[in-house]
Design a protein around this ligand. Structure first.
Ligand code: GUN
Ligand code: ZN
Length: 433
């Protein structure tokens, strides 16, 4: 049993999708709020003045000053072996993979390298206020061991998997349908459900797996309860043409995954920027999710995600950084770029909707909204303390803001890791700026 502790500051979280309930009903805000935490969970949330009298004299109250507590950010798509190649120049997806990504991922055969990179990666997530991520490993099973060992040690809620790829990749990075299945099974047995960890069956994308491997992945996905399936979909036009050539018998890119039993609740598809209506409808009815990765889509010149269309078809949409094609670990920066991606299509991203996307919406995309995504009592105590005055410009702009909405918008347009003052997971402080 850990000691009951209370955090006092302004507190903001979302409780529903503004698309369903409207902006005013989608959030709760406590200007002088209190978040009471015990044994890694939220036990009370409300106005400080109401809760303090009944709190009990032995409860430590931590006052965070002129700051904003929000739920920890959730990243629904990121590659941990790509920290070392972030910001690599000049290519679009397929050439970028060949030139930078595959050589970088080859080094993860070495467990010591994997451990060092996992350490850097997790620190960077926490520095940016991200407390849960859906993570690609490399093809090597030890890459996932290195990641989960450290996530378990810190008691983080994390989802990861070993990449499956048995063709159209260098020899040194290929597995086989049999070895990929066996290695994934071994990792599931070792990690899935341990602490707050979950396993994702992770075929890289349709072009790098044979139909035999995709079938094995589909079989595995259905063999254990609550597994995830994590892959890429319709990111880049040349990629989509290539999938058509490789799978002429299938009715488009999504159908390749559908045919192999890879669609449904807990299936997460990164990107989905070039989907037709029938593909959106299929994703929606099957309960699958799309990870919207704006910094990556702009960096690789992939295209603009049509949020209105996806949500109109009932697709669960989460927010992802897609580091190392994405250019920042900060979900505030993802929201900054998401706003612009939508502006270019005549769509709006209200600041409260943006907060929803980075927290509860992403939790819903991952079917974890009963555990994370907001600060309702009973949820995991994963939260961040944001600093309105992190930079002179932020201080100046938020100081002139007339409303919470305006301050929140300034935070997501101007903020990044500097705006994250402290990050808590399961009630423990894991990063302090
Ligand atoms: N498609 C297949 N592999 C990758 C990858 O590593 N990054 C991105 N952005 N797209 C991919
Ligand atoms: Zn990716």
């Amino acid at each position: 049993m850990s000691q009951r502790r209370a955090h006092r500051a302004a507190i903001l979280h979302t409780v529903a999708d503004p698309r369903e309930v409207g902006i005013e009903a989608c959030y709760q805000y406590f200007e002088d709020g209190l978040l009471v935490v015990e044994d890694g969970k939220v036990v009370q949330l409300g106005d400080a003045e109401e809760l303090l009298p009944a709190l009990g004299g032995d409860v430590e109250v931590v006052t965070h000053g002129d700051a904003l507590i929000t739920p920890g950010f959730i990243d629904t798509h990121i590659h941990y072996p790509q920290v070392g190649i972030i910001g690599s120049y000049g290519e679009q997806l397929l050439e970028w993979l060949e030139t930078y990504t595959f050589p970088g991922e080859a080094q993860f055969e070495d467990i010591d390298h994997a451990r060092a990179q996992a350490n850097l990666f997790i620190k960077e997530l926490l520095r940016n206020g991200t407390t849960t991520a859906l993570v690609f490993g490399s093809v090597h099973k030890q890459s996932v061991d290195a990641f989960f060992e450290q996530a378990l040690e810190l008691n983080l809620r994390m989802i990861a998997g070993k990449v499956l790829m048995d063709r159209n990749a260098p020899d040194y990075l290929r597995d086989t349908p049999e070895s990929g299945y066996a290695d994934s099974r071994e990792l599931i047995e070792r990690w899935h459900g341990k602490g707050r960890l979950h396993y994702a069956v992770t075929p890289r994308f349709a072009p790098t797996s044979t139909p035999e491997q995709l079938a094995a992945a589909g079989k595995l996905f259905n063999e254990y309860p609550d597994l995830y399936m994590h892959t890429h979909l319709s990111e880049n036009k040349a990629e989509i043409e290539w999938v058509k050539e490789l799978f002429p018998e299938r009715d488009g890119y999504l159908d390749v995954y559908d045919h192999h039993g890879l669609i449904g609740a807990r299936s997460v598809f990164a990107h989905g920027v070039h989907l037709c209506d029938s593909e959106c409808a299929r994703l929606g009815e099957s309960g699958s999710a799309v990870a919207f990765c704006p910094t990556s889509n702009l960096f690789l010149g992939s295209g603009l995600l049509d949020l209105e269309k996806l949500e109109g078809h009932g697709v669960r949409v989460g927010l992802g950084t897609d580091v190392g094609a994405g250019t920042s670990f900060s979900q505030l920066q993802s929201l900054n770029e998401a706003y612009k991606v939508l502006q270019l299509q005549g769509q709006k991203l209200d600041p409260f909707k943006a907060l929803y996307l980075a927290t509860l919406g992403s939790a819903r995309a991952l079917y974890l909204d009963d555990k994370i995504g907001n600060l309702q009592p009973g949820k995991d105590a994963d939260f961040v303390v944001l600093d309105y005055c992190a930079t002179p410009l932020l201080e100046h702009r938020t100081g002139r803001a007339d409303s919470l909405r305006e301050k929140l918008f300034a935070l997501m347009i101007l903020g990044d890791d500097r705006a994250v003052k402290e990050t808590f997971a399961a009630g423990e402080s894991l990063h302090r700026r």
